[in-house]
Design a protein. Structure first.
Length: 318
């Protein structure tokens, strides 16, 4: 029978019991929590410590139909197995998948000095794979709101920045200033400068603000150029419209003149066809019998003759 001993209740988890079990009863690790790498040297040191001193703290497991699965303490479990330990103390817990996974993550955060890149991996996993809320993630990782937002800003930083951050070539503050830069080419230059010359976060921040001012000024200039172009296009459109209206007016006047000519020609030919003529004086169609002097009708000819006589009399009096 497995040996048992009392233990305290863990916050957010239901502890069934704390007991010693055969290590072969553990059938695997429930969660492979995302971290950047396993430190072989640290694992070797842990194995030697367990050989000489035993396992001081129990690992956390959940009971399944086929045995036990490790929730937290998988490094100690592997070290104990490699050290040839046959029995180990375990804390058997109960909870839903979300609670169990949160416990596994907290073990990694507590037991191992995670790099900023590893914390970024955990945040990405908790937020987008396991669907934890931001406040839940912040509490699981034990970070302030300010630091959480900085880690979150680095989720899309890209492999080059992540590698430099994980390898310790740049600090978290430097990485944050670099990733805040809105221009890709300047971001690469900032990363190269930070790695090669060790430019501080303050220097990078000043550089980033200068870049942003330059970008903003460029946008203002581009917007002004676009507006000027729009105004020029509006003026050109106005001139084109005015020219179009003038051409249409000229065409309309030409059409009207053509119509007038057609009417005059029709009246002339109608007069010829029906033995009539067009009087140039009164501009009316008259019967051919009315035709007198040149192309005047009788009435117009009489008026014309009276006018001629009147002009002669006035000339004789003068």
């Amino acid at each position: 029978m497995a040996e048992k001993r009392g233990g305290k209740e863990e916050e957010g988890m239901k502890v069934k019991e704390i007991k010693k079990i055969k290590i072969r009863e553990i059938k695997g690790i429930r969660y492979a929590v995302r971290t950047a790498y396993i430190d072989d040297e640290a694992s070797q040191e842990l194995e030697e410590s367990i050989k000489t001193q035993g396992m001081i703290n129990p690992i956390t497991v959940v009971e399944t139909e086929r045995g036990y699965e490790v929730i937290a303490g998988w490094r100690r479990y592997i070290a104990a197995e490699n050290a040839g330990i046959e029995e180990i103390w375990v804390t058997v817990i109960e909870g839903d998948e979300k609670e169990l996974y949160a416990t596994a993550v907290q073990e990694n955060v507590t037991r191992k000095n995670l790099s900023p890149y590893e914390i970024i991996l955990l945040i990405d996993d908790l937020l987008y794979e396991k669907k934890f809320g931001e406040e839940e993630v912040r509490k699981i990782l034990g970070v302030s709101q300010r630091h959480f937002q900085r880690y979150k800003a680095l989720l899309n930083a890209g492999r080059r920045i992540w590698d430099a951050l994980h390898e310790g070539r740049i600090s978290m503050s430097q990485a944050y200033e670099i990733v805040q830069c809105r221009d890709d080419s300047h971001r690469e230059r900032m990363l190269k400068t930070a790695v090669q010359s060790g430019a501080s976060a303050e220097v990078l921040r000043k550089w980033r603000r200068e870049i942003e001012e330059e970008i903003d000024m460029r946008k203002i200039a581009e917007e002004w150029t676009r507006e000027e172009g729009k105004e020029e296009r509006r003026e050109e459109a106005s001139i084109e419209e005015e020219a179009k209206r003038y051409i249409e007016g000229e065409e309309k006047r030409g059409e009207e003149e053509e119509e007038d000519k057609e009417v005059d020609a029709k009246m002339y030919f109608d007069a010829k066809a029906y033995e009539k003529f067009y009087c140039n004086a009164c501009e009316q169609v008259k019967h051919i019998s009315e035709k007198r002097f040149v192309v005047m009708c009788r009435a117009c000819e009489e008026e014309y003759r009276e006018a001629i006589l009147l002009m002669k009399r006035e000339k004789e009096r003068g």
